[in-house]
Structure formats: structure tokens, C-alpha cells
Design a protein around this ligand. Sequence first.
Ligand code: XLS
Ligand code: CA
Ligand code: CA
Length: 436
Amino acid sequence: MTEYFPGVSPIRYEGPDSKNPLSFKHYNPKQKILGKTMAEHLRFAVCYWHTFKGLGGDMFGLPTMLRRYNGAGDEMRVAEETMVAAFEFFTKLGVNYWCFHDADIAPEGATLAETNKRLDAIVKLAKQLQRDTGVKVLWGTSNLFSNRRFMAGAATNPSPTVFAYAASKVKKAVEITKELGGEGYVFWGGREGYDTLLNTDMKREFDQLGAFLHMAVDYKKKIRFRGQFYIEPKPKEPTKHQYDSDAGSCYAFLQHYKLTNDFKLNIEANHATLAGHTFQHELAFAVANGILGSVDANRGDTLLGWDTDQFPTDLYDTTLAMITILKGGGFTTGGLNFDAKLRRQSIDPVDLFHAHIGAMDAFARGLKNAVALIKDGRIDKFVKQRYAGWDKGLGSDILKGKVGFEQLEALTLKQGEPEPQSGRQELLENILNEFI
Ligand code: XLS
Ligand code: CA
Ligand code: CA
């Protein structure tokens, strides 16, 4: 078997003092924190699309990265060798999970039948490699946005025949995800939105998407796929406006179409910022509503207004994210999938290791910081104190519906002005900084 990452040995934890770039300084998979290992808390996954299919091309330039597996032969040979290279990467890096689109692992054939046949062949190989290595699928998905047939959307397409094509693709993608033991399945509506309302009937498109997702749930039950379904919010790109624009809009959609029992969210950091939110905001919204499922861990760039999908390195981001995830009870089926790509100039295969090692260490530090901050308890104590009025007396009477506007008016007339209390933001920021 060809070795695609020669010269790289399995990455080990060497501790914060190590100067070896191919070692973890903070991510120690077996280290126990709050009763679970770091690996169990963080559930890292490598994404197939950017990591093995991305080659550094952008809107202004051709690919910059040369990968040996792309020279393996015809399309299917390339697909096979890419899979072999991927599993070498997963095992050397030491992650337990991977994520994929159907179109990443096998090139589309001339017909749907041929595409499905190709998928079966590659899935057979992937299954064998999973057996050999113990690496598992965190989630699978179908690419319903690259092919020209989906230019006007998949489920939200004006044409029912395109809807049917999309349904057939999802059917197969759910089947292969099940075949590979996947713990989840993602729906990201890459073209489920519009470029202009002049040619778009929004109400119909919502209804179509609702019908599509109900069919997916029915089929999932029929074939007994036990993985979790997720919707991944994103406000724009490639369309001007995507319907699943943020966690709030997804939740409203799921409630309206009675899908809340069957879906959770896959929150991506860069999509949160594109939507004008912070990563932590989207996580906190999902936790507050019981729909946090999984995370696409990456970051954007404050100076660039698009989906740059950079590897996460910001310790504030990872700390605040891990606080929210831990308080939400941690991951069950979900995990941290690095939906992130190398910069165009990082052309060597070893750069993939540097990127993932840095991101895993950043989240390991985020986890440790979050645990220390929660154990310290000062911030939680402040917040608890801030809302203490709701636990008894007037606050609890309001929540229990024991009083209405008239009683509250009478009380206010009697008591006069309430005493304003400081929000102590700067103090809390200083405390946070003690843990970064
Ligand atoms: C694109 C999305 C996509 C989904 C899976 O912006 O992040 O990669 O995660 O289709
Ligand atoms: Ca994503
Ligand atoms: Ca993205």
C-alpha cells in the first residue's frame, strides 16, 4: 500500500513544553476530565471534502496543491486511493471520526444508477478501512449544491423532478451513512434559498422543504437508521439568502413543520459569524432550546466577509464554545468536525497535520479552560445572583402566572423606582481572562 504521508509518525501528546510541531501540546486523548476522557468530550472528526478534495483553488486561481493520490489512474482509482490516504491521515492524526458528502467519496456517474454503483464500491472499501482502524463516521451528507441540476435548489426547486432527484440522492446517502455506522446525517441547504424574490415563491419553497424533510424522516425510520438528523444553518453563500439562515430561523422552521422531534442542529462557527452572531450565541441558542447536536469547528476572518473556513485557533472562541457545550450536557451523537481548509499557500501534505494539530490543541485548551472556569464558579455565581429574584417571591409568582398586569401596576405604584444593578461586564471579562 502506498504511504501518502511518509515521514509522519502517529501524533502523540508530548505536553506544553514540547517543540515538536508534530505533537500535541494540550490534547491528551486519554486524560480524564469530569469523568470522561478528552477524546470522549471532544469527539474530533476530519472532513473529507476540504481535507482530501480541496486543493487550494479560489475564485481567482487554479489549485495550488498537488496530491499524489490524484495521479492514481482513472476517476475510481483516484477515489479508492484518496480513501486509503484519508484513513492513513485519520489514524496518524489520532481522530476517531470522519464526515463526508456522497460526492466527495465517489465521482458522480452518467446516471443515478451508475453513481450509486460507484458509491457502493467505495463504501465497501471505506467499511473495510473502518474495520481495520476503528475510525467511525460522525455524519454523512449528500451534496445537493454542486451539480448544475441543483442550481435553483434541491428540495426548494421550482421543478418537482429536481426535488425527486434530490430525494433519490438523500435516500442513497442515508443508506450508505447507515451502512458505515454513521452516528448522524446532516442537511445543509446550500442552494435552498434564492438569488432574487422576483422569480421565487418563498411560501411554496418552505412547504417543499418541509415535505422533503418529512420524507427523509419516514425513510430513516423505515430502514431503521438510528443516527441523528441535523440541519446546518448558514445565512448566505452560495445563495444570497438561505432559508436555514441561523439557529433561530431553523428552530422556527422545525417547529412550524413539526420536525422538532427528529432534528437537531449542526452549528458551524463561520456560519454563525456570517449570520451576524457569535459562535457562542448560536451554540447558546441551540442549548437553550434543546437542539444542539454537533459542531463544525472552524473560524472566519473579521476582515473578509465570506466563508473562509479557517482552522480554529482562537482560544477565546474555543473556551466560550466549550463552556456552552459542557453546560448543555456535552456531545452525545455529535462532535467537533473540522470543516476547515488550508490556506492556498499551505501546499504540503504535512500542512494538513499542522492545521489539525493546532485546532485540536486549541479545543483541548478550550475544554481545560472551560472546566477550570466552571469549577471556579465566580461567573456562574454572579449570574445566579443576578436572576435570584426569579426563584422566589415576586419573580416566581410572575412565572407561575399568579399575578397579572393589574397586580404588577399596583405593586409598582407602591414601591416606586427599582434600584438598578451593575452588569459587571468588565469584572467578568477580567475573570474570563484569568483562564485563557
Ligand atoms: C458549506 C457547509 C457544508 C456542510 C455540509 O458551507 O459548511 O460543507 O457542512 O454540506
Ligand atoms: Ca459546515
Ligand atoms: Ca463553511
